[in-house]
Design a protein around this ligand. Structure first.
Ligand code: DBV
Length: 258
């Protein structure tokens, strides 16, 4: 299938993407805001490669959806699909530095060895992860309710810990039918609740002082540097699309600092 996406708000048109229902939930929840186009260079809107072997070719596509609204400077979804082989939805929301809001992060990854699922509202200031203490109070009951239905995802690297919130939802599930049910009945409503809370916080957020917004700017820079330096998708994307495209994608699109 050839496909052209005109801009970052164009539909994805993916056929077998496991994360489509959750992506649609995101669009539905965002529809109360006046969404604007967030420009993405054309070479990153849609990328395709055929891998595997001649007997069993596997087409892998990566589509980038992005948008913004007044209090949020970037919402971007990296959507990877390889039929029957892998499905990824990586979503990041970066708030405007004029508002004391956390980042929103979701990493839903299905690979041949299982599902890896991460969901969080992440602090911008790692030296002061309580800067949005009121957020964690609201998030914790949501986290506890859904995490208690899921196996723990295991250790995360020590250096990554300051970037996570106390409400980090994190699990790994095997590739079996039951897991698809868990995704429908646990991950999907958890995602809706995390995103709804985030959007409610954004709606109610009030401007911070110029001084504080400079702190938030420095915090965003440190977070984005970390995410681009440590991007767990680097190996996978490099195998599919080569080093040059992947490094540009990571630095100029996925975790762009402006
Ligand atoms: N991760 C990204 C982007 C991806 C992506 C942009 C385009 O930040 C996918 C795709 N994540 C991705 C893949 C893997 C992971 C792993 C393909 C598997 C790598 C592999 O097994 O080879 C959450 N994601 C992970 C891991 C963590 C997270 C902790 C395991 C890392 C490891 O084992 O080294 N990513 C992390 C996180 C957020 C996030 C908490 C935000 C909520 O986006």
């Amino acid at each position: 299938m050839t496909l052209t996406r005109l801009n970052s708000l164009s539909p994805l048109n993916l056929k077998d993407w496991l994360w489509q229902p959750i992506f649609n939930d995101m669009l539905e929840l965002l529809s109360i805001f006046k969404l604007q186009n967030y420009p993405i260079p054309v070479e990153f809107l849609y990328k395709r490669v055929v891998t595997g072997n001649s007997k069993k070719p596997i087409e892998i596509t990566t589509s980038t959806w992005a948008s913004k609204f007044d209090k949020v400077k970037q919402i971007r979804a990296a959507c990877v699909e390889g039929k029957g082989y892998l499905s990824v939805l990586n979503l990041v929301i970066i708030p405007s530095i004029d508002y004391n809001l956390p980042f929103f992060g979701a990493d839903f990854v299905t690979l041949p060895n299982g599902h890896l699922l991460a969901l969080d509202l992440q602090p911008v200031l790692k030296s002061d992860r309580f800067h949005t203490a009121d957020v964690w109070q609201k998030l914790l009951p949501i986290h506890n309710r859904w995490q208690s239905l899921l196996p723990d995802g295991g250790d995360i690297p020590t250096e990554a810990k300051p970037y996570f919130s106390p409400g980090f939802l994190w699990t790994r599930l095997p590739l079996e039918k039951n897991s698809n049910l868990t995704i429908q009945e646990v991950i999907r409503p958890a995602f809706r609740e995390y995103l709804s809370l985030y959007l409610e916080l954004a709606s109610n957020a009030e401007r911070v002082s110029k001084d504080f917004s400079l702190k938030l700017q420095a915090g965003q820079k440190s977070y984005l540097n970390y995410r681009s330096y440590k991007d767990p998708a680097r190996g996978m994307l490099t195998r599919f699309y080569g080093k040059e495209w992947t490094e540009d994608y990571i630095h100029k699109v996925l975790f762009k600092i402006d």
